[in-house]
Design a protein around this ligand. Structure first.
Ligand SMILES: [Zn+2]
Length: 249
């Protein structure tokens, strides 16, 4: 029963994340004006904003002018709901769940904006970093020293890679990794980076094979960092324990 509640919460939050993903890169406020149709400008009524259901009921079109809404809105809502439910299955009910849900919300916003615009916004990162420190200290997860170490390690490693690869890594990625360090502490940050390079390598090969991206195309690294951080945040300690049991005896 509570799973259903988390799923619906995910749909509602996902609907808000859509607004963030769409408006933040434009420098627009995420609070005002209230949601309106991008085509005809008609302000959407409360019932037009009910996630998924209104989309299906209106077949993805504006009630007033018939312009098609991007399927992406539906996708982000469902993805958020799916990931929220996933987190709940892993963490159960408790402070860990609060941390996981806030973390995943930020990761979704950063990943999609980076995918759309090859850009990781400072104003999002400031909130991400600040929320990480606040939650870790407030709920007693990660100590301050560990957070700072994670931040320096994450940002530092990507800085070295950025210099070595002559621009294969952007300044946004470096700052993003530094903020992830504040959430994860240094051990899980290291794991998150390792996972994102692994996933980035696989993802790059897949995109090249599917010819979605050419060899010269720029593939943003932010979404892979977000994926790595998601798995490290949720399964990090299990992965590390498994690794040390099998390979470090
Ligand atoms: Zn319209």
């Amino acid at each position: 029963m509570f799973t259903l509640f988390i799923f619906i919460l995910g749909l509602i939050i996902g609907s808000f994340l859509n607004v963030c993903i769409y408006r933040l890169p434009l420098g627009a406020s995420i609070v005002t004006p209230p949601s309106h149709c991008f085509a005809c400008g008609t302000r959407l009524k409360f019932w037009d904003l009910i996630p998924v259901i209104s989309y299906i009921a209106l077949r993805g079109r504006c009630r007033y002018c018939g312009a098609a809404f991007s399927l992406r809105y539906l996708l982000v809502e469902l993805l958020t709901a799916f990931l929220f439910t996933w987190c709940f299955q892993v963490t159960g009910l408790g402070p860990e769940l609060i941390k996981a849900l806030i973390f995943i919300s930020f990761l979704i916003v950063v990943a999609f904006i980076d995918y759309d615009h090859q850009l990781i916004l400072d104003k999002v990162l400031i909130w991400l970093g600040g929320a990480g420190v606040f939650i870790n200290l407030g709920l007693g997860f990660t100590g301050l020293t560990d957070m700072i170490a994670g931040s320096l390690l994450g940002g530092g490693l990507l800085l070295v890679i950025a210099i070595a690869s002559r621009g294969g890594m952007g300044g946004g990625d470096i700052k993003f990794a530094a903020c992830l360090g504040l959430w994860l502490g240094w051990k899980l940050t290291l794991l998150a980076l390792f996972l994102s390079f692994l996933l980035g390598g696989v993802g790059g090969i897949v995109l090249l094979t599917l010819k979605r991206k050419g060899r010269k195309d720029f593939i943003p690294f932010g979404p892979f960092l977000a994926l790595g951080a998601f798995f490290a945040g949720l399964y990090g300690w299990q992965i590390l324990r498994w690794y040390f049991q099998h390979f470090m005896r």
